[in-house]
Design a protein. Structure first.
Length: 59
């Protein structure tokens, strides 16, 4: 297995460290959902109402 120029990392980087670095880079490149505002309140409200019907899901 040869390293391609696009995967340049620090010297002595293990294959696992390289995979983790590439995975984090791919996650950072993805668009993020909106934070705050109405969207977040709706998500929190949906989570609250659905958990009340599942008592085994409580802490």
């Amino acid at each position: 297995m040869s390293d391609s120029p696009a995967d340049d990392g620090p010297d002595g980087e293990t294959s696992i460290q390289r995979a983790l670095r590439l995975k984090k880079a791919a996650q950072d490149a993805k668009p993020k959902p909106p934070r705050g505002g109405r969207f977040q309140r709706e998500q929190a409200a949906a989570h609250q109402s659905s958990s009340k019907s599942k008592p085994w899901m409580g802490r």
